[in-house]
Write a protein that binds this ligand. Structure first.
Ligand code: GDP
Length: 431
């Protein structure tokens, strides 16, 4: 369900936020999203009407929200696209897109390659179950992948009789977890909710008289506005290269950092060619410049279609994208059927590049939570472990230290059709 299907909803002129909804399976992520869509009027009237009618025919008249959730669940069972990923809704301040949710097949890869980089996140924790393994994993990923602020929704308060003591226990568990991964708890806001009953999601609930903080919608409105990384040097990973008659070679991609200007000299790495930007096109219109988040096609004088390719990164000729001979990275192994030893050569996905890389050395095994070194030069690492590794790309790869350009400094490691590890670059040894 995308914006065009809403009909009555115009493309809003508000700052945009990519929001991730994270948390353990069955803790209520879909229900919360359904509730937000429903209460913010993002579910088309005709869909509600249709479900209302169906339910009345079946003699199950009542609360419309249930129909929305049934709809989401039913569509999900049929494998249709109505799923919480890529749903959109508006609040007073922002226009939100829900990005892929962890648990979705390619979440980590999408997060890293920027297809669904989240600005901020809502962590859903069931008040009955408290912190669970996926709660930990998602918080760790959120931290590694640089999510800004966290709204912690302690959900299913109805299932624990809106008990304040139980809420405090769960808040303490989550705070422990955030402290372990060194996530500043000042940047987290805790809210007791029931997504199912609608408590403290959009309206203050009478069931939690002991809580006087914000409801979810207010917390969303109060998130800081994402600041585009315009001050960093230009980095524009190339998705495709076209030849357009009358124009010439047109690389296409999204500006990750910096500004692309007409007239500037850009360098493509690792292909190592450069040329002057003649025209920039966005949404079929010529524009004088492109900024972070803009998807553009641009024409470069003196660069042929076969000179550059997907996986190249464009940057200023006087501050070109780095090309790694080797790099050091911190990785976390998410799921690997056996063990990872030095010499292992899976495919690394970074921005638009996919390059086989050899893990040449496992330098240190580190505690994923505290970051302390647990072992120097371990023989192997396995699922759940974090490590500092030295990596040698088997073909030229442009990548940046995440401390300098975080947008170009993280990667997913894939093998056997799944994401087995995620990481960020600590240091690049250039060719
Ligand atoms: P997800 O896997 O995190 O997306 O979880 P779902 O949204 O699919 O919810 C899992 C189950 O928990 C469903 O049966 C929901 O009806 C139920 N659930 C979700 N939110 C609440 C809540 O606030 N209270 C109660 N009692 N149940 C809830």
């Amino acid at each position: 369900m995308n914006n065009t299907e809403y009909g009555e909803q115009e493309m809003p002129d508000k700052p945009h936020q990519n929001l991730a909804i994270i948390g353990h399976v069955d803790h209520g992520k879909s229900t919360l999203v359904g509730r937000l869509l429903f209460e913010t009027g993002s579910v088309p009237e005709h869909v509600i009407e249709q479900h209302k009618k169906e339910a009345e025919e079946k003699g199950k008249g009542g609360f419309e929200f249930a129909y929305v959730m049934d709809n989401l669940a039913e569509e999900r069972e049929r494998g249709v696209t109505i799923d919480i990923a890529h749903q959109e809704f508006n609040t007073d301040e922002y226009y939100f897109t829900i990005v892929d949710t962890p648990g979705h097949r390619d979440f980590v890869k999408n997060m890293i390659t920027g297809a669904s980089q989240a600005d901020n996140a809502v962590l859903v924790v069931g008040a009955d179950d408290g912190v669970q393994p996926q709660t930990q994993e998602h918080v760790f990923l959120a931290r590694t992948l640089g999510i800004g602020e966290l709204i912690v929704a302690v959900n299913k308060m109805d299932a624990v009789d809106y008990d304040e003591d139980r809420y405090r226990e769960v808040v303490a568990e989550v705070k422990d977890l955030l402290n372990q991964v060194r996530f500043n708890t000042d940047d987290a806001e805790f809210i007791p909710i029931s997504a199912l009953e609608g408590d403290n999601v959009v309206e203050e609930s009478d069931n939690t008289p002991w809580y006087d903080g914000r409801v979810i919608l207010e917390a969303l409105n109060n998130l800081p506005e994402p600041e585009p990384p315009t001050d960093a040097p230009l980095r524009l990973p190339i998705q495709d290269v076209y030849t357009i008659s009358g124009i010439g070679t047109v690389p296409v991609g999204r500006v990750e950092t910096g500004i692309l200007n007409i007239g500037e000299s850009v360098s493509f790495q690792p292909s190592d060619v450069s040329g002057e930007v003649k025209t920039i096109e966005m949404h079929h219109e010529e524009v004088p410049e492109a900024k972070p988040g803009d998807n553009v096609g641009f024409n470069v004088r003196g660069v042929g279609k076969n000179d550059i390719r997907r996986g190249d990164v464009a940057g200023p000729a006087d501050d070109p994208p780095k090309v790694a001979e080797t790099f050091k990275a911190q990785i976390v192994v998410m799921q690997h059927p056996s063990v990872i030893t030095s010499g292992y050569t899976p495919v690394f996905h970074a921005h638009t590049a996919q390059v086989a890389c050899t893990i040449e050395a496992i330098d240190q095994k580190i505690n994923p939570a505290s970051g302390e070194v647990e072992e120097e030069h371990p023989d192997f690492i396995q699922s759940g472990d974090a490590a500092v590794v030295t990596v040698r790309p088997q073909k030229p790869l442009s990548i940046e230290p995440s401390s300098e350009i975080p947008e170009l400094g993280s990667f997913a490691v894939r093998d056997m059709g799944q994401t087995i590890a995620a990481g960020r670059v600590l240091e690049v040894n250039e060719k």
